[in-house]
Design a protein around this ligand. Sequence first.
Ligand code: SF4
Length: 365
Amino acid sequence: MVKGLYFHVPFCSYKCPYCDFVSVVDAPVGHEEYFSLLLKELSLYQDLNFYLKTLYFGGGTPSSVSPVLYEKFLGGLSTLVDLSRVEEVTIECNPESYGLEDFRILRSLGFNRVSIGVQSLREEGLKTLGRKHSVRDAIMSIKNAQKAGFENINIDLIYGYPGQGLEELREEIEILSCLGVSHVSFYLLTPYEDTQFGQLYQRGLLSLPDQDTLADMYQLICESLESMGFLHYEISNFALPGFECKHNLIYWTHEEFFGLGVSAWSFVQNERFGNTRNIKLYIHKVKQEQKPIEYWEKLKDKEKIYDYIFVALRTSLGVDKNLIPQLPEGLEEFFTEEKGKLKLNKRGMLLINEILLKLRQEIFT
Ligand code: SF4
């Protein structure tokens, strides 16, 4: 049963130098038409069983779309799938997009979680990250969402950007502690290959903090947020008790989810499939009533196990010990065992990619 439904909204008013999400500044399609294509795409999947608990509008910049259009869209959506069991409806917002009235409309439409792309709480940080909003815009955005009745507010922050050291990070955490948000996603800046930062990094022109500083930064983030009462429930995610993101937990506990829109991914009945990242092709295919899938794989037994380990190890829930009866040599120091579950400790979380690689070799040999 599909429990989570994701919508990719690819519109952005500018491209950030670190971003590898599919987003376009000059979209070849209007907002209204794109949203009607999302519904059309959904109607191509008559055979799916939905038991929806969460809806998630991600991007791109979903907040570049008028709340009025969301009203129309949710109306259309409710004619195609049963929304009566939905508990969490999230929209990602950029700080400069929505004002108080917009948040009020969203709240009245049933949105109950906003995720605000703050990225940095220092003006220099925002400038370095190519963001067009100010720290004040970010704080105003949080306050407006709170005033409109949102209790469940996430902010996205980035650490490890050029020019940020431990002192700068401390300053940001100090401001964060006064914001009254219920969830924080703190991501390490990664210079992905096909981004502007990635290109600079490959040419040696992007100066990032060294590995020891990054480890100290991560430790500072974890300790500071935990001392504020946040639960560290996923490598990069912290929530006050009861405010863990239900939608992301569907991904991380290997339950079924379905994604609509350009570049969206799905996992249904042990099949993993992803839509094309080409927006023109997406539009063309859906208009022709063809599924816009570009990548598809059926997970076999071992792949299924590894896939589950891959997502579950990111969380504080851990994985069943019997799936990894014997840890590969040298990995023991990165794990703790609790009630039949293996979990990564903080050092393990920092090295998750290397650890997953070793586990993969172990599982597939
Ligand atoms: S980070 Fe967000 S706002 Fe910036 S380009 Fe990517 S999707 Fe758009």
